[in-house]
Ligand binder design. Structure first.
Ligand code: SDX
Length: 428
């Protein structure tokens, strides 16, 4: 007999079905609540509300567990490449050797961006934020590939749209970086693997092929894998919401990029470095800044700390913190803000304010230090988060479409004026 939840409203009782997932999470199914009771639920920020059933990513915030399609993030980060993980998230299984070679070849064929898109790059002011550029440029792909607008695409047509997006996003990201330097763009080299090709387009020169340090390639693969998906976070929920109106993939992903930009979400990795730089410039007094973060009258928050779901350590933060020491040592980089970050973390983790609220370092706390050591400027960090999150967004959009989920349209409780008499403007 399946479990039910009973609610009592006035003198009536109602039973609602309970569903349980494959990792023993349970939910009260309220899809018929309004029909049978006339009531809706309300949950600002959806802190207690599930939007969907998904088979892509599982995370347990209390235990600090993160798995993509049943594989632990620790195992994928240490044994897979980003492209293999992208394949896993989108198609559901880790690829065979034949499958990954075909995937890489398909992507390599589509790395070029339409030459007319370069006119868009030239139109942006030189100091415009890379995330604003990325969101615009990815949406503009729907203009160059109008077949993507057809919501009735066959599986093959949809897959080609997916391949084009995976291929071209890396090229667009590298061109945004080159544009910020006023340097000539570097075209894709299709004999290179996905991550090496991205790094060559980003740090290479048009005239020569640079030797990409294997340490940098390995660190980039790990960082992209760690960011690849995270179930129903703000930007992924945005991609699903926009996609639920049968909007094309490019515009749906563009909306996700915009949502990720916010400093409370993906923009935190840039905000962390800016915070650490401020603390360093202020003399490195971490206790002063911890107190500011605790002060309700001070808007300062400890960026890179806290999480809606993780009420224990963020497993990605643990992996990145370890990689930080390894990468900086191998590259011979000594970054004083790493020491400030560690001092800040230690102080926060022993402070009752943070302990009581279960605020731990999240994925954004250390990632910027590695990005910086790899040579990326701070305002490119969130763009790198978006490049990593792309396969997850695509997988979630694809799952939502395949499951024929209805257009997203939440309800509300109205609290405004009721009946007002209209008064001519001359008499107001
Ligand atoms: C990402 O959802 C995902 O999965 C996101 C992500 C992904 O992979 O997609 O993991 C990526 O976005 C990570 C989070 C990056 N953002 C930051 O690092 C920004 C700093 N952190 C916060 O602003 C905050 O912790 C959030 C936004 C991440 C979570 O906010 P919640 O869940 O809405 O919690 P809250 O704001 O209600 O905070 C609860 C309490 C409050 O204090 P009280 O009102 O109970 O006294 O904790 C306090 C908050 O003031 N608090 C902080 C804090 N974060 C929460 N106080 C100081 N510094 C902080 N960073």
């Amino acid at each position: 007999m399946s479990e039910t939840a009973s609610i009592k409203l006035g003198d009536k009782s109602y039973n609602l079905p309970v569903i349980t997932g494959s990792e023993d999470e349970s939910a009260i199914d309220i899809s018929k609540l309004r029909d049978i009771t006339g009531y809706i639920t309300i949950d600002s920020g959806y802190k207690n509300t599930g939007a969907t059933k998904s088979a892509i990513t599982f995370l347990d915030g209390e235990k600090g567990i993160l798995k993509y399609r049943g594989y632990s993030i620790e195992e994928l980060a240490s044994k897979s490449t980003f492209l293999e993980v992208a394949y896993l998230l989108i198609y559901g299984d880790l690829p065979t050797q034949v499958e990954i070679e075909k995937f890489q070849k398909d992507i390599s064929r589509h790395t070029l961006v339409h030459e007319d898109m370069k006119k868009f790059f030239d139109g942006f002011p030189s100091k415009s934020h890379p995330m604003g550029q990325l969101s615009s440029l990815i949406c503009s792909l729907s203009s160059f590939y109008p077949e993507s607008l057809n919501s009735g695409q066959t599986a093959e047509e949809q897959n080609l749209t997916i391949i084009k997006l995976l291929a071209k996003m890396a090229t667009v990201v590298s061109w945004i970086y080159k544009k910020s330097l006023g340097h000539p763009i570097v075209y894709p080299q299709n004999k290179l693997d996905y991550v090496t090709n991205f790094l060559n387009m980003t740090f290479g020169q048009r005239t020569e092929e640079i030797e990409i340090d294997p340490v940098v390639v390995s660190a980039m693969n790990v960082l992209l894998i760690l960011h690849a998906d995270h179930e129903q976070n703000c930007s992924t929920s945005t991609v699903r919401m926009v996609g639920s109106s049968e909007c094309n993939l490019y515009a749906s992903i563009s909306a996700g990029i915009s949502a990720l930009w916010g400093p409370l979400h993906g923009g935190a990795n840039q905000a962390v470095i800016e915070m650490l730089e401020s603390i360093k410039a202020d003399g490195g007094d971490t206790d002063k800044w911890i107190n500011k973060a605790k002060d309700k009258n001070d808007s300062f928050r400890l960026m890179g700390f806290g999480h809606r779901v993780y009420k224990n350590f963020d497993p990605r933060a643990n992996i990145i913190k370890k990689a930080c020491d390894e990468v900086l040592e191998k590259l011979g980089v000594n970054d004083p803000i790493l020491e400030i970050a560690k001092k800040l973390e230690a102080a926060a983790l022993s402070d009752p304010y943070f302990v009581e609220r279960k605020l731990y370092p999240n994925v954004d706390f250390y990632s910027g230090i590695i990005y910086r050591a790899l040579g990326f400027p701070t305002d490119m960090f969130t763009v790198l988060f978006a490049l990593g999150r792309l396969p997850g967004w695509i997988a979630q959009w694809k799952e939502m479409r395949e499951n024929k989920e209805p257009i997203g349209r939440p309800r509300q409780i109205y609290v405004g004026e009721v009946n007002r008499e209209f008064v001519e403007i001359s008499k107001r």
